[in-house]
Write a protein that binds this ligand. Structure first.
Ligand code: ZN
Length: 501
């Protein structure tokens, strides 16, 4: 038994190590590579991807899993070992059940569609993207039928990205969220107390912003630069794990907040990956719990800490010192209001903490209804615009700022959006528990002791990796089922003070 388990872990080690190498050359592709290197790098990445797929779908892995599970000494395995077996089997089934020809067909279609989507968005012409989208939906349905023919397609997709979630559960959570968010947004935008955005639009050189991030923000949060890096890219992202976790940002010299909060966000992702359980390194149980849980950590640092009044009480004097004459006259309250402006806007990635959830709910409802056969691809722009009007009171002016704005569908990523919203729900419920364990957490932030909060998150989330599925992890840490009221309460308390209602 021990031998079988050891052999399986050796195979996993190989796959994870190759994945790390792929991640590293992927980082280089985005950050350092000279422009002419793209073709060469593309081939290297495709080769490695193929190799990883081949190793992961090796029938020997299936055989080892079977032998271990049927072994008379199976019960002697520890809970952690059993969890490793469960997670490997889950991934193995997903990878091996879909025929290779279909995997290839999907990959080719997605690469083409991504190019077509880009052109369609530039021309703001949904009709151009429509035939590809129809084909993507058809192939994705076909793909998940192989994974679990007993379940409706969208259920399989949702479970792939956030294990344990169903469309019924999302519908329930999101309806509750929608009911709370819509009136809250109305209160904010109709308040006579509106922020002066010009405060954060003052010209601030990139070098000053970078100094602020590296000297103040990163050390306060506890993202370890000895085990990481901060670089510049078009789209900020985080890659790597343990002792080599890299984050990126992008700068706008007329809006310091863009990079400032991107760094806090990515540092949140980075801290999670730096603090995974080292003793089980390169085993499935030490992987991060889920996409939604990862997003809860990034938003915890970016929003719950980074946009809080307590944090700015601590940071503003230091901020002014580094930025010199640029912000020397700003006052804490008006500055805080400017970085927490609530505004109904068409673009998801630019949305604030309060309106963000509605952008996700809209996408979820559309995806759910596509796969339930209730919506035709033809009707998507109209449906999108109607929902934008209903939820965010916004008249969409073009397909580019409406249905074509995100790249996800061109890559076949259906069921992915909802976990962005879960990040907020998990985060607020975790905060509620953290407040019980560290009752003076607000004054800790006020004194700059963010490391104390980070330590709590490391202990309760990061170190636990994938030992639980996300819903179980939330229950394990907070003693309760996932409850969107925590997020609504957090928003109401914060924004009623900021907007004065
Ligand atoms: Zn993120």
């Amino acid at each position: 038994m021990e031998k079988l388990y050891k052999r399986l872990m050796e195979k996993t080690y190989e796959i994870v190590t190759l994945g790390e190498v792929l991640g590293l050359i992927g980082w280089d592709f985005e950050v350092m590579m000279p422009p002419k290197g793209a073709g060469q790098r593309g081939k290297q990445m495709a080769y490695l991807q193929g190799l990883i797929h081949e190793k992961f779908t090796d029938p020997k892995i299936g055989q080892l899993l079977k032998e271990i599970k049927e072994h008379k000494e199976y019960d002697k395995l520890t809970d952690l070992q059993k969890r490793n077996i469960y997670l490997l089997q889950r991934d193995y089934d997903r990878q091996t059940k879909v025929p290779t020809d279909l995997v290839k067909e999907i990959a080719e279609l997605q690469a083409k569609s991504a190019v077509i989507w880009k052109e369609a968005r530039e021309k703001s012409d949904f009709a151009l993207f429509k035939p590809s989208l129809e084909k993507i939906i058809e192939l994705q349905e076909k793909r998940v039928k192989y994974i679990d023919p007993s379940k409706p397609p969208y259920e399989v997709m949702l479970d792939e990205y956030e294990p344990g979630f169903t469309s019924d559960l999302y519908t329930k959570l999101f309806n509750e969220l929608k009911e709370g968010l819509i009136p809250l947004i109305k209160k904010c935008v109709s308040s006579s107390n509106q922020p002066d955005i010009s405060l954060i639009r003052r010209h601030c050189p990139k070098s000053v912003q970078k100094e602020l991030e590296e000297k103040e923000i990163i050390p306060i949060l506890g993202y370890d630069l000895e085990a990481g890096r901060l670089d510049t890219t078009v789209h900020p992202f985080t890659s790597g794990s343990y002792d080599d976790v890299r984050i990126t940002t992008r700068y706008d010299e007329n809006n310091f907040a863009q990079s400032f909060f991107a760094v806090m966000h990515e540092a949140g992702h980075g801290i999670y990956n730096q603090n995974l359980f080292k003793e089980c390194r390169q085993q499935p149980i030490a992987e991060p719990c889920s996409g939604g849980m990862h997003e809860s950590q990034s938003r915890f640092f970016e929003n719950i800490i980074g946009r809080s009044p307590e944090f700015w009480e601590f940071l503003l004097p230091k901020f002014k010192k580094i930025t010199g004459s640029i912000f020397e006259d700003v006052e804490k309250d008006s500055f805080l209001h400017a970085i927490n402006r609530v505004k109904q806007s068409p673009i998801r990635v630019e949305a604030d903490e309060v309106t963000y959830g509605l952008h996700i709910i809209l996408r979820f409802e559309i995806e759910r209804d596509i796969f339930a056969g209730k919506v035709k691809v033809d009707d998507l722009p109209k449906l999108w615009n109607a929902k934008m009007k209903e939820y965010l009171d916004y008249d969409v002016k073009s397909d580019a700022e409406g249905v074509l704005q995100d790249t996800h569908w061109s890559w076949g990523l259906f069921g992915y959006f909802p976990n962005y919203a879960l990040g907020n729900l998990y985060g607020a419920q975790l905060l509620n528990q953290l407040a019980k364990d560290i009752p003076d957490y607000r004054s800790q932030i006020r004194q700059g002791n963010v490391l104390k909060l980070k330590g709590w998150l490391v202990k309760h989330i990061h170190l636990l990796g994938s030992r639980y599925d996300p819903l179980d992890l939330i229950k394990h840490v907070t003693g309760e089922e996932l409850n969107p009221q925590y997020f609504l309460n957090y928003l109401t308390e914060k924004y009623s003070k900021i907007y004065g209602f």
